[in-house]
Design a protein around this ligand. Sequence first.
Ligand code: PLP
Length: 227
Amino acid sequence: MSFDHLVRRVAEVRERVAAAVARGGHGQRVTIVAVTKTHGPDAVTAAWDAGLRDIGENKVQEALAKMADIAVPVSWHLIGHLQRNKVKSLDRFALLHSLDSVRLANAVCDHGLARGRAVDALVQVNIVGEGTKGGYAPSDLPAEAERLAGKPGVRVCGVMVMAPLDADEPVLRRVFAGARDARALLESAGHPAFELSMGMSNDYEIAVEEGATMIRLGTVLFGARPR
Ligand SMILES: *Cc1c(COP(=O)(O)O)cnc(C)c1O
């Protein structure tokens, strides 16, 4: 696979992001997380060559295989569901975006304590209660924010959300504003919850207008995914 257009696509995304930051008025810095799932390791190298430093994968095994195949020192982000028996693999990732349940939080915290360094993670929140998506219900968040504040093995750095596929703009804005509220709640419980991971190829401009600090982009950078 060749990624000839990647440099131009990255430049265009950066321009659109800057315009969206200006429109939204949140004044935030935005990190592009290049989502390379289903692509080969060449996509990771191409991203690095195009100036991207953060790579997102949704499956641990696939990510580990790519890590073994590349030489560039990118930061790896785990953006998909993590099984509790794989928490050790978090040592290879800079950030877990998908802390999505009490049981996973406990396992992640235990691992952070065992290794002597907290795991950086974002709390995934299921704002509109979509049955097909993981994450905490907003109504469970206040109690979980307090509980996690007593767990030094995990460092809650912010919130991740996924908008429903094909949602129209009012729904998108409701989801992204809900993520902002969730972040504020975590902050007031004492967490260093600065990040808002939200926005994918088809909705990242709205996400940035609503305050996204990390956008997770696959298709818009690399084209349609191979199956
Ligand atoms: C695949 C994936 C993305 C990227 O999706 P695109 O629409 O291709 O940009 C973002 N976030 C998560 C969690 C994903 O699994």
